[in-house]
Design a protein around this ligand. Structure first.
Ligand code: 13P
Length: 249
């Protein structure tokens, strides 16, 4: 009922040339895939050329951020309207690395989310706790605060254009993934938050991806969980064979 969605977040990896080359290879390997959504998020500089390379493919392109305004005196920022013009389909918002290194906050994610949706783009909204927060028993509290802040003022009608990514910070790039049961527990909790804020139908429809050391070796077990609808993958999305295996889990 919920179409699986597998996304590769390339972070600040791959030169522009490498990105195009990689996109062409993926296109070849993944063109027969029909029953799931495939998304890749290259660096901003590679975005336009990667979109071109994938224009007639089943792979959608995302960016790793976008601004909360479409234009203005915001030196160094990226307008989602320009992304839309290029053919970008998704914007990743609130990634823990943006929160950690670029002072991203729930309030800013909320503003960006509203703008991105207004421009006709879809969003992947990331939430997740740190190791310290998990060990202090605060996982649910942290995730609840993030969901409530990021979704402030977002209407029911917009939910079909939003995917949530649960990425426990302690599992990102560390090789330590949450067990499928640990991940599913938080996914089910997030779904209950959506049910409370919106309704049961919306909660049943929204897709929640897991992210954090997802690899070809563990994706099957993760995807077998009832509340895990996809994966947001960093490291293992950077090699053609490995991303192919992830998509075809
Ligand atoms: P890794 O798959 O490298 O742990 O990264 C996860 C991530 O941050 C995806 O957005």
């Amino acid at each position: 009922m919920r179409t699986p969605i597998i996304a590769g977040n390339w972070k600040m990896y791959k030169s522009v040339k490498e990105s195009i080359n990689f996109a062409n290879q993926l296109n070849e390997k993944l063109k027969s895939v029909k029953d799931r959504e495939i998304v890749i998020a290259p660096t901003f500089l590679a975005t336009a050329l990667v979109v071109d390379a994938l224009r007639f493919s089943n792979i959608q392109v995302a960016t790793q951020d976008a601004h909360w305004e479409n234009e203005g005196a915001f030196t160094g920022n990226i307008s989602p309207l320009s992304l839309k013009e290029l053919g970008v389909k998704f914007v990743i918002l609130g990634h823990s690395e943006k929160r950690q290194y670029d002072n991203e906050t729930d309030e800013r994610v909320n503003r960006k989310l509203k703008n991105v949706l207004k421009d006709g783009l879809k969003a992947i909204v990331c939430v997740g706790e740190t190791l310290q927060e998990r060990e202090a028993g605060k996982t649910e509290k942290v995730v609840e605060t993030q969901v409530s802040g990021c979704f402030e003022g977002i209407g029911l009608g917009d939910l079909s254009n939003i995917v949530i990514a649960y990425e426990p910070v302690w599992a990102i790039g560390t090789g330590k993934n949450a067990t499928p049961e640990q991940a599913n527990e938080v996914h089910a909790f997030i779904r209950s938050l959506i049910a409370k804020k919106y309704n049961a139908e919306a909660a049943g429809n929204i897709r929640i991806q897991y992210g954090g050391s997802v690899k070809p070796e563990n994706i099957k077990q993760l995807m077998a969980q009832p509340d895990i609808d996809g994966a947001l993958v960093g490291g293992a999305s950077l090699k053609v064979e490995s991303f192919e295996a992830l998509v075809k889990f």
